[in-house]
Design a protein around this ligand. Structure first.
Ligand SMILES: NC(=O)c1ccc[n+]([C@@H]2O[C@H](COP(=O)([O-])OP(=O)(O)OC[C@H]3O[C@@H](n4cnc5c(N)ncnc54)[C@H](OP(=O)(O)O)[C@@H]3O)[C@@H](O)[C@H]2O)c1
Length: 305
């Protein structure tokens, strides 16, 4: 198949592209280095080719309190990026199925995080803008499906983890920050202080498991939104405990700073639908996923950044 991928250099884009290329597909890989998607004209160069699939992963965001501090920029930039892709898809690539990424933050905190509630209620305040741009992306795909019959799939990932994360100073998702702090505590003797009281809960999905589930959903599901989550969450203290055991750092030395931003206190996607659609759906055990992520931190010396 001929496949165009936006966001191909990202944490998710890189393993997705590796898997697609490994399966023999022909890829055009876009990142901000070869295509500024905030400019509508940026995709013109690719209009002459016909793609079977377009994976749209590009987004301008970071973890931590980034969304809280950049809501205006995030609105403008992500709306521009998404509108460029949607407009190009409907004008030049009607035959292609568009695969887009949602976010678990789009769900209202009081919802049960099942797919039919994705557009209901209001997202939490600190992630409101980012969440709404994701909802608008989904609505864009739905609208173009309704008017022109274009095909799409919207996948909603929970936080992804695994080897190959960025270490260029951008804010990290909590699990990488946690691993980095514990390794630095062990190797460099730095104090380990985590944000919040450690009782806030999160779920994480190993990035290769996500890619595998996504590819199967793309084959089987049209014009729908599907959560891809772990279906169970753990407290930050539980994650810390696993990581300390693997790294060999005394858990009791970890301090907690309750004055820092922690976002939602609990967030666990409902995964009944993906389990129904993919009876074979399964994730690597948490300890194994953490072990390979920690091994990558050591091999790449990412904990020194
Ligand atoms: N990672 C997660 O846990 C997670 C969870 C939920 C949803 N998602 C969604 O999944 C998608 C991929 O996430 P990720 O973690 O791989 O993100 P990421 O590592 O931040 O990668 C973002 C990608 O977007 C590209 N990009 C940013 N601005 C661009 C622009 N103006 N023009 C063209 N390309 C641009 C980046 O290119 P450069 O590398 O050149 O800057 C990069 O390839 C995103 O839509 C994200 O919202 C991710």
């Amino acid at each position: 198949m001929r496949i165009l991928v936006t966001g191909s250099s990202g944490f998710l884009g890189a393993p997705l592209c590796r898997t697609l290329e490994g399966a023999g597909h022909q890829l055009v890989k876009l990142s901000s280095r070869n295509c500024d998607l905030t400019q509508q004209s940026s995709l013109e160069a690719y209009s002459g080719d016909r793609y079977d699939l377009v994976y749209h992963l590009a987004a301008w965001t970071q973890a931590g309190d980034f969304c809280l501090r950049h809501p205006g920029e995030q609105w403008v930039i992500n709306q521009q990026i998404n509108t460029s892709v949607l407009a190009w898809w409907s004008a030049h690539q009607k035959q292609a199925k568009l695969v887009i990424m949602g976010t678990s933050c789009a769900y209202a905190p009081e919802s049960d995080l099942s797919e039919e509630k994705y557009m209901d209620g209001e997202p939490i305040d600190s992630l409101y803008t980012y969440a709404m741009t994701k909802r608008m992306l989904y609505q864009g795909a739905r609208a173009l499906n309704r008017q022109y019959g274009l095909r799409y799939l919207c996948a909603v990932p929970s936080t992804l983890y695994g080897p190959g994360y960025h270490v260029d100073g951008r804010q990290m998702h909590f699990i990488f920050d946690l691993i980095r702090k514990v390794i630095r505590g062990k190797e460099l003797g730095e104090p380990v202080t985590l944000w919040g009281d450690g009782h806030q809960k999160r779920e994480i999905v190993f990035v290769d498991d996500f890619v595998r589930a996504l590819l199967r959903l793309v084959e089987r599901v049209d014009n729908d939104l599907v959560n891809i989550g772990a279906g169970e969450e753990h407290s930050i203290r539980e994650f810390a405990s696993h990581i300390c055991r693997i790294v060999g750092y005394p858990e009791e030395r970890i301090g907690y700073d309750t004055s820092r931003y922690v976002g939602a206190t609990t967030k666990c996607l409902n995964v009944a639908k993906v389990r129904r659609l993919l009876p074979e759906y399964s994730l690597v055990p948490l300890a194994d996923g953490l072990r390979s992520t920690i091994a990558w931190f050591y091999e790449s010396k990412a904990y020194l950044q």
